[in-house]
Design a protein around this ligand. Structure first.
Ligand code: AMP
Length: 192
């Protein structure tokens, strides 16, 4: 199963995408985690991404699309993947679509975790300090970037019949159950 997790920062996307992927035996592909690892390792990508991440801005679309294209070609992603944090712009979604369709593949579901702005800001401020980009100013910027650049993906995927809306309020288990139901139920990979 090939799925994309969509939602504002602080919606619980990372936790849910990870659990979803583990249950189905597919890799959890978090571009934020990949970028943070690159920063920590001091690779050329990491050096380029560090300031962008710390400002809450976006790494260029072509760079991100290249990273994800390579990652989803790896052997462990043959049966599927759970993308977390990518695509973040319509341009990235189009590059992903072209890359997958070029291989005769397509996304099965785009799972949108819906949490209202007030609640996500509250959650992000509560965990502030844990990450270099979790301080009030950067959080506000990341929310603005989400609304301007990532929200258009909702309409983009809705028009393609891929969007599944899931209420992100409640316990981790409750939200996980809603996501599993939205993706066709069960943890056996489904039929798409
Ligand atoms: P995340 O952990 O998904 O919140 O990502 C942390 C930061 O990494 C973001 O605020 C961006 O600066 C950068 N980033 C992660 N994924 C992407 C992406 N798909 N496109 C551009 N920048 C990204």
């Amino acid at each position: 199963m090939r799925v994309v997790f969509l939602g504002p920062p602080g919606a619980g996307k990372g936790t849910q995408a990870k659990g979803f992927a583990t249950d189905r035996g597919i890799p959890h592909v978090s571009t934020g985690d990949m970028l943070r690892a690159a920063v920590a390792a001091g690779t050329p990508l990491g050096q380029r991404a560090k300031e962008i991440i710390e400002a809450g801005e976006l790494v260029p679309d072509d760079v991100m699309a290249g990273i994800v294209s390579d990652r989803v070609r790896e052997a462990d992603a043959e049966a599927g993947f759970a993308l977390d944090g990518f695509p973040r712009t319509v341009a990235q979604a189009e590059l992903l679509d072209a890359d997958l369709s070029g291989r005769g593949l397509a996304l099965d579901h785009v799972l949108l975790i819906e949490v209202e702005t007030e609640e996500v800001v509250r959650r992000l401020l509560a965990r502030a300090g844990g990450r270099a980009d979790d301080n009030p100013e950067v959080i506000r910027n990341r929310m603005g970037v989400y609304e301007r650049s990532t929200m258009p993906l909702v309409a983009f995927y809705e028009s393609r019949g891929l969007l599944r809306r899931v209420d992100g309020l409640g316990s981790v288990e409750d939200v996980a159950a809603r996501l599993a139901a939205a993706a066709g139920g069960g943890a056996d990979g489904g039929t798409g």
